[in-house]
Structure formats: structure tokens, C-alpha cells
Design a protein around this ligand. Sequence first.
Ligand SMILES: [Zn+2]
Ligand SMILES: [Zn+2]
Length: 352
Amino acid sequence: MVLVEPGRLEIQEFDLKSPAPEEILIKTRVTSVCSTDVKVFHGQVAFARYPVIMGHEFTGEIVEIGPQAAKKHSVKVGDRVTPEPYIPCGHCEWCRTNYHYHNCPSVGLYGISLSCKIPPYLLGGYSEYVYLVEGTILHKLSPNTSDLAGSLSSVVGNGVRWVKTLGQLSFGESLVISGAGSQGLCTLAAAREAGASPIVMLGLSSDASRLELAKEMGVDYIVEVDRQDPIQIVPELIGGPPHVVIETSGVPEAIQTAVRLVRPSGRVVSIGLSGGKSTSIVFDELVWRDITIVCGKGQAGNVADAMRLINSGKYPFHKINNYHYQLTDLERALVETEKPPMGFIKGAVVFD
Ligand SMILES: [Zn+2]
Ligand SMILES: [Zn+2]
């Protein structure tokens, strides 16, 4: 499914050939639909290169492996794998760090920055086959892991990043997660692994299915912010303001709430995108209350942890992708991702 230019999707056929020596060919199984896809569809992502086959959260079964790729990755034909979206150059100062290779100036991004004008053409998850190119960081699904869960490797990786790398949460610290979307749910799983306790999730009353899944994933308290004031109720629920707030929604009022809610000397991790809107914050308050705010991009160096978590089977990640589509329904999947129908958590294109 080629996005020929912003707003115009078209089914196209490409010849399939053997992968180059450093490449792997996979048959796509599941591609999870991301809100970034919606932005690429509308032409709002500066580094997108059209025409493009979108899709950067996917799993596939290995069909053929080039000899050099076989030496580098310990995988075989038939293995189910998921690549990280970022393809680092591997040589620059950023790529020689463990957690910051997404700053690489020549980083590639499956489904966004790699146009299908350029060989090997099939470089995004909304395609029946994908070539995994040189530099790809690859993770294996265990036999018991579903493709629906595996396709969330980078999303769970983000949760790990907000909790471990940015939030540096540790055992016994209290946490508020603002936003009940897939980012919030994956943050919840990572926070439980880190030993954060108690954990409160802030959502909307219209988020019922998301909040239900949060309960199943072990959240301690839920606050519906359109019904209750979190500034008042959260300290009552957990016996004081939280050590850490992770704000995933990007809504300016929610960012302000996060700053007001956290305890003195606490940390706010703010990673939601506000779509270019400004958020007014009085920095004097941050100084007097000794607050740290951390922002940042997702998942570089965090997907290995995420895959251990997914492969452990401890959390029902597959239930996050609760709307399923065929490839030919991609446009509807994008529309529903942008304006979620009642009960929608996250969509996925499921291949036969
Ligand atoms: Zn994504
Ligand atoms: Zn680099």
C-alpha cells in the first residue's frame, strides 16, 4: 500500500527478488497502526520521503537471509522477528552511544524516511513483504508471543524508556501516568516491572476500554480527569503527591497538571506531542519546588528490555491492538486512529 503523496494511498505491485547479502526478506504478519502514520499521511512529518510504504511497528516471518546478514544476526528462515524502526548508521558519535542513536544525522526510519522509489523498495510494514536492510536492529519473538504483541516492540520500548531511561523510576516510588493510550498502557507495564508503587492512571471517562485494560495490567488507581480533579484526589488516594508523573498525552493542560501534581524534588517525564501548541509554565515554581522535567524521543536502546517483557507473557499486550484491518482497509484504519470509535485502543493490519 503505497502513499504516493500526502493523502493518496494506492495498491502497487513490486517484483520480489532475493535479498542482498546484508539484507533479510520477511513476510509481514502484523503491522500496528501508529499515530505517526496519520501524520505522515497528512504530510506533517518533515523527514518523510514520498512515495512511501508506511508502517514502522511490524512483525514478519523470515523467508530468506543474505549471507552477511546471516553472520550478523543469529536468526534463521521461519523465525518471527520485529525490527526497531530506527536504522542507525553505526559509526557516528550518536551511534556509538547505547541510548541515543536516534539522534544519528543519517538515521533511517522504516515506513517514514525510506522511499519506495529507492531499492529494495519494500521498506515499510504496509506491504506483504519487507526487506530488512543493513544496520537494522532485530529482535526475535518467542514461540508463545503473538504477532499482535510483537508488533508493539517499539511502543513497549517507549514505555521502558519513559520509566527506566528518562524517569529512572525505582522500587517503591509512586507514579502517576497521564494518558490511557497505548503509550500509557506500555508505560504501566514497564513501571510495574521497575517496582513503582502505587501507580495511578489519569484518563477520560470515554477511555473505558483502555482503563479496563489498565486494570487488567495491574494499575492501582484510576482517575477520570473529566469527572475528578487529579490535583485533589491523587494525594488522597496514595497518601501524598507522587514521586514521578509520566505525561503521555501532550495536551497542554495535562502537562501543567503533571507539573502541579508531582511532589517537591519530583520528576516529570513529558513525552506527548502537543501538535505545535505552547504550554505555559511558570519556571519559578519549578525552581522553588525543585522539579525536574525530562523530555525526549522514544526507544533507542530500550527494545531489548521491551522484548524480554513481551516474550515473558506477563502482560496482555496483544489486547492493546484491539481493532484489526486488512491491508486494503488501511485508509479506514488511519481515520479510526485519528478519530477513535468507542472502544478503540489501537489498530493493527493483520496479514493472512
Ligand atoms: Zn510508532
Ligand atoms: Zn549514526
